[in-house]
Write a protein that binds this ligand. Structure first.
Ligand code: NAD
Length: 504
C-alpha cells in the first residue's frame, strides 16, 4: 500500500528478483534530510511474505550462480567496479543528501566501497583450496572452498555505501545469494547500489533488498534458507543479532560500537597532531565507528590544549554542498538531542568544556541537526562522557604521565575497534603496537581503517564473532571448506577389509 505522501524520491520499492518491487506494507517510515528536515522519501517496512520472497529469490538465483565459474563471477565484479566509478559523483550526491555528509567525505566513502569491489574481482585466487599429494600411499588430499547459500547483511546509517559494499560484493563473488537490509534512515544509496549491480550483469535475484527494522531483521535471521548474517550497528542491537543468529546455529559477524583513543606523545609533531585530531574527532560529525573520541595527552603534550581548542573553534558544520562546511549535521533530531544531553551530563559530572557546540547555528538551515565541535578536558574514566559511545563531534581529553598509563587506560575500556599513537619515537610506537588490546592501530595515522586486502579487525566489545569483514577473513566467512581424500585403485588392491582408522 503506497504511502500517498509527497516526497522528493517518492515511495521506495523493495528490490527483489532483479527489479524494483513495490511493497504492500501498511507500515511506512519517513526519510528526512538531516540538513533541513525535508521529506526525501517514504520507506516501507517489508511484510513477512516480502522478506520470505526476497530470500527465496536469492536462493533460486544462487542455485544457478554457484555453477558459474569463478572467473566469470569476477567479471561481473569488474563491470560493477567500472559502473561504480562512472557513477561516483551521482552516488556521492545521493549519499550526501540522505546522510548530510559533505560531498568530499561522501565521495571518499563511495571510493572506500569501490576498493572492496576491487578485492572481490580477485575472488578466484582467494577461493583456492589446498592440496597434498600422498597423504597416504597412493592417496591424495585436497580442499575445496564452496559458497554457503544465502547470506544476509544488516547495515547502519553512517556508511550507506561503504558498509553494504563491505558485504554483498564479496559474498556474491564467492557464489552466494545475498539479502541486504540497510538502515531505514538511509535507504536511497543502497537501492542505487543494487540497481547498478544488476546493470553490471548480476543475475536477477542474486542480490535482494528489503527495508525495515527489528521485525524484518528477525524474519531474515530466522528464515531457514539464511546461512550467515553480517551486521554492523550499535552494540546493543549487535549483541541481540549475534545471540539470535548463533542460537539458531547460524554463522554471524557483528561489528558494533567503539570508543577510539588517540595517544599523543610530547615528541609528536604538534601541527600534525592538531589537524589530525580535528579531522578524526569531528569529521562526519563524529558519526564514524573509527572516529577518535578520546585524546590521551601524555606528559607535556597537555600544553597543546589551548591550541587544540582554537583549532576546534575554527571549524564549522554546514550543508553537504557547501565548500565551507567541515562536516554535516547529525543524522536525526533524536541523535542531536542525545549528544546534547551527554555534553550536559559531562559538564554536570565535572569535566571542563573548552568548546561547547550546542548553540551552533547554520545560516539558511534553521532546522538542521547541527552540533558544533565540542572539546572537553579533565575527563575521567567514570564519567558517562567517557563510558558511552557519543557518536557526535565531541572529543574528550584525558591527561596521563606515561605511555604505559595510556595503554592501561585503553585496555581497560570495553571497546577495541581502533586506536592511534602520534609520536616521533619508534620505540614508543612499537611498545604501543605490541601492548594495546585494540584490533586496528594507527601510528601517526588517526583513522587506521585497513584496506580490503587486509580485514576490518575490531576487537573485544567492538566485535562479536570470529571472522572479520572483507579481505581473506570474509572469504572464509562466506564459504565452507570441503576436504577430499581420494584414492584410485590399481591392480595392487590391499586384500581384506581395513578395520583401523588409518589409510593403508
Ligand atoms: P543501529 O544498531 O541502530 O542499527 C543498525 C541496523 O540494525 C539498522 O539496519 C537497523 O534498522 C537495525 N536495527 C535497529 N534496531 C534493531 C533491533 N532492535 N533489532 C534488529 N535490528 C535492529 O545502529 P545505527 O544507529 O544505524 O549505527 C550507528 C552504530 O553503528 C554506532 O554504534 C557505530 O559505532 C556502529 N558502527 C560500527 C561499525 C564497526 O565497524 N564496528 C561501523 C559503522 C557503524
Amino acid at each position: 500500500m503506497p504511502s500517498n505522501i509527497h516526497s522528493r524520491f517518492g515511495d521506495l520499492p523493495l528490490f527483489i528478483d532483479g527489479k524494483a518491487s513495490p511493497s504492500a506494507s501498511e507500515q511506512w517510515l519517513p526519510v528526512r534530510s538531516p540538513t533541513d528536515q525535508s521529506l526525501l522519501a517514504m520507506v516501507p517496512c517489508a511484510t513477512e511474505a516480502e522478506v520470505a520472497r526476497a530470500i527465496e529469490a536469492a536462493h533460486t538465483a544462487q542455485l544457478a550462480w554457484r555453477e558459474v565459474p569463478a572467473p566469470e563471477r569476477a567479471r561481473v565484479m569488474l563491470r560493477y567496479q567500472q559502473l561504480l566509478k562512472a557513477h561516483h559523483d551521482e552516488l556521492a550526491e545521493l549519499l550526501a543528501q540522505e546522510t548530510g555528509k559533505i560531498l568530499a567525505d561522501a565521495r571518499g566513502e563511495v571510493w572506500r566501497g569501490i576498493e572492496v569491489v576491487e578485492q572481490a574481482c580477485g575472488v578466484a585466487s582467494q577461493m583456492m583450496g589446498e592440496t597434498l599429494e600422498n597423504v597416504a600411499r597412493g592417496v591424495d588430499g585436497y580442499s575445496l572452498v564452496q559458497p554457503l547459500g544465502v547470506c544476509a547483511g544488516i547495515t547502519p546509517f553512517n556508511f550507506p555505501a561503504m558498509i553494504p559494499l563491505w558485504m554483498f560484493p564479496l559474498a556474491i563473488a564467492c557464489g552466494n545469494g545475498f539479502v541486504l537490509k540497510p538502515s531505514e534512515q538511509v535507504p536511497l544509496t543502497p537501492l542505487r547500489l543494487a540497481e547498478l549491480f544488476r546493470e553490471a550483469g548480476a543475475p536477477d535475484g542474486i542480490l535482494c533488498l528489503v527495508y525495515g527494522q527489528a521485525p524484518q531483521v528477525e524474519a531474515i535471521i530466522s528464515h531457514p534458507l539464511i546461512r550467515a548474517v553480517s551486521f554492523v550497528g550499535s552494540a546493543r542491537v549487535g549483541a541481540q543479532v549475534y545471540r539470535r543468529a548463533t542460537d539458531l546455529l547460524k554463522r554471524a559477524q557483528c561489528f558494533v560500537g567503539a570508543k577510539n583513543h588517540m595517544v599523543i606523545m610530547p615528541d609528536a609533531n604538534k601541527a600534525q597532531v592538531l589537524s589530525n585530531l580535528v579531522g578524526a574527532g569531528v569529521g562526519a560529525a563524529g558519526q564514524r565507528c573509527m572516529a577518535i573520541s578520546v585524546a590521551v595527552l601524555v606528559g607535556s603534550a597537555r600544553d597543546w590544549l589551548p591550541e587544540l581548542a582554537e583549532a576546534f573553534r575554527a571549524v564549522h558544520p554546514g550543508p553537504w554542498d557547501s565548500d565551507e562546511a567541515a562536516y554535516g549535521p547529525l543524522i536525526s533530531h533524536g541523535a542531536r538531542e542525545r549528544v546534547a544531553h551527554l555534553i550536559e551530563e559531562g559538564i554536570r559530572e565535572g569535566a571542563h568544556c573548552l568548546v561547547d557546540g550546542r548553540e551552533v547555528t547554520v545560516h539558511g538551515y534553521p532546522d538542521g541537526n547541527w552540533m558544533g565541535p565540542t572539546l572537553f578536558r579533565g575527563v575521567t574514566a567514570h564519567m558517562r562522557l567517557y563510558q558511552e559511545e557519543i557518536f557526535g563531534p565531541v572529543l574528550a581529553c584525558m591527561e596521563v604521565e606515561t605511555l604505559s598509563e595510556a595503554i592501561a587506560l585503553i585496555n581497560a575500556n570495553p571497546y577495541g575497534n581502533g586506536t592511534a599513537i602520534f609520536t616521533g619515537s619508534g620505540a614508543a610506537a612499537r611498545q604501543f603496537r605490541h601492548e594495546v588490546a585494540v584490533g586496528q592501530v594507527g601510528i601517526n595515522v588517526p583513522i587506521p581503517v585497513p584496506l580490503p586486502f587486509f580485514s576490518f579487525t575490531g576487537w573485544r566489545g567492538s566485535f562479536y564473532g570470529d571472522l572479520h569483514a572483507y579481505g581473506k577473513q570474509a572469504v572464509r566467512f562466506y564459504t565452507e571448506t570441503k576436504t577430499v581424500t581420494e584414492r584410485w585403485f590399481d591392480d595392487d588392491v590391499p586384500s581384506g577389509p581395513n578395520l583401523t582408522i588409518s589409510l593403508r
